[in-house]
Ligand binder design. Structure first.
Ligand SMILES: Cc1cc2nc3c(=O)[nH]c(=O)nc-3n(C[C@H](O)[C@H](O)[C@H](O)COP(=O)(O)OP(=O)(O)OC[C@H]3O[C@@H](n4cnc5c(N)ncnc54)[C@H](O)[C@@H]3O)c2cc1C
Length: 371
């Protein structure tokens, strides 16, 4: 079997690992448009359960990830000068770049051919020589756009603005930090991902972003202005701008992606190319891994490729329905966050924040999403 993978993010790399383990004689070739060691963003979070799943699928890569994880189990909510902490949320953080390097090395050990600095176009004639083409090309997928009609692809944008920054301030917990700039609220989702660096995602409403003058964000001065707003928790450290990496180096709006169908002929979508989940529930990478595992199992245990692709889509769409609903609910909570911050004391605010994905709207949406 000849398999080609477009995209060397967590989804594409993990699929290549899984399928090579299941079908060692398959020829698996992966194309990544970036150079080695280059990616967007900073660190990502996993739950303890994700670690256990990965260890069952490929122990070698799971052990190397475990060596890099930083662990915490406390979430602190800071509302201006008041704060509350709640424990019992076991989470692990890892540098996205280190994660991709671990997965890339593991692919090479298993005999996957990797071509960096090479973008694969959906209309590339070479594609027809493969039995299966896995489009793992992320949220801005060219494969999805090219096949949009056949896939029934839909996109909509969240209304908030966010920017994915880093900092050398090291936290021992997840911190939600809400600060006022004049009458506008901005907040950070901050957490450690190695022993010297933390992720620092700043989010606000579009109107706050405009009124506070971040429309003309320029990396150096813009980061310094944001750092002064959050100075009491940054411990004198700067906010770091990811100039090399593409997404996350600018203010963005969350893009919600849905596809009615995940394959067209022998081209199949996985990860963010097929579906996205709001970053505030920290699960997009885990879902890309789960797609990869399910797809590799389906194609390796079924002689009928189309049947395998149908099974993969059905199973993963069912598994994702509840989480997608949680993600939408969480996204909407943050879109209304300024109102809660204006009107609630820190106790009620923390309770609303931590329960944001399980309110009654969510129940309705879970039912709707599962239809
Ligand atoms: C602010 C923010 C914070 C997040 N935090 C978390 C978190 O804490 N935990 C979590 O689990 N998830 C998190 N996520 C989500 C996570 O980043 C994504 O869900 C995950 O990266 C999806 O993996 P993927 O492999 O599908 O796509 P990507 O990681 O986007 O990888 C796609 C790859 O394909 C390459 N590519 C694109 N087009 C082509 C082409 N035509 N040919 C060749 N290569 C191509 C790209 O260069 C890229 O390397 C966060 C997302 C954001 C925006």
């Amino acid at each position: 079997m000849k398999i080609c993978v477009a995209g060397g993010g967590p989804g594409g790399l993990y699929f290549a690992i899984c399928v090579k383990r299941k079908l060692p004689h398959a020829e698996v070739t992966l194309f990544e448009r970036n150079a080695p060691n280059v990616t967007y963003g900073w660190g990502v979070v996993f739950s303890g359960r994700t670690q256990e799943t990965l260890a069952l699928v490929d122990e070698a890569s799971a052990e190397r990830m475990a060596d890099e994880f930083v662990h915490w189990d406390t979430i602190e909510t800071i509302l201006e000068t008041d704060s509350l902490s709640t424990s019992g949320y076991p989470f692990y953080g890892i540098d996205r770049r280190k994660l991709l390097n671990i997965l890339t090395d593991r692919c090479l050990e298993l005999g996957v051919e990797i071509h960096h600095d090479q973008e694969l176009a959906p209309d590339d004639p070479a594609i027809r020589f493969y039995d299966l083409v896995v489009a793992a090309d992320g949220v801005n997928s060219r494969f999805r756009s090219h096949l949009a009609e056949e896939l029934g692809a839909r996109e909509k944008f969240g209304s908030n603005k966010y920017i994915w920054l880093g900092t050398k301030a090291v936290f021992d917990r997840f911190r939600f930090v809400f600060k006022q700039s004049g009458s506008e609220w901005l907040w950070a989702h901050a957490y450690p991902f190695d022993r010297s660096t933390s992720t620092f995602i700043v989010e606000c409403s579009k109107s706050a972003w405009e009124r506070c003058g971040y429309r003309d964000f320029d990396s150096g001065p813009g980061c310094r202005r944001l750092a002064s707003l959050f100075e009491d928790i940054l411990e004198g450290q700067e906010l770091l701008f990811n100039g090399v990496r593409m997404r996350g180096s600018h203010w963005d709006q969350f893009r919600q992606v849905e596809c009615a169908r995940w394959n067209s002929g022998n081209i199949v979508l996985i990860g963010d190319a097929a579906h996205t989940i709001h970053f505030s529930v920290g699960s997009g990478t885990k879902q890309a891994f789960d797609d990869a595992i399910c797809l590799a199992n389906a194609v390796s245990s079924n002689d009928d490729l189309q049947g395998a692709l149908r099974y993969y889509q059905r199973r993963r769409q069912q598994e994702l329905a509840t989480l997608k609903a949680k993600g939408s609910c969480s996204m909407r909570w943050f879109e209304d966050a300024a109102g809660y911050a204006d009107n609630l004391g820190v106790g009620d605010f923390e309770r609303a924040l931590l329960n944001r994905a399980t309110n009654s709207d969510y129940e309705d949406e879970a039912v709707a999403a599962g239809r």
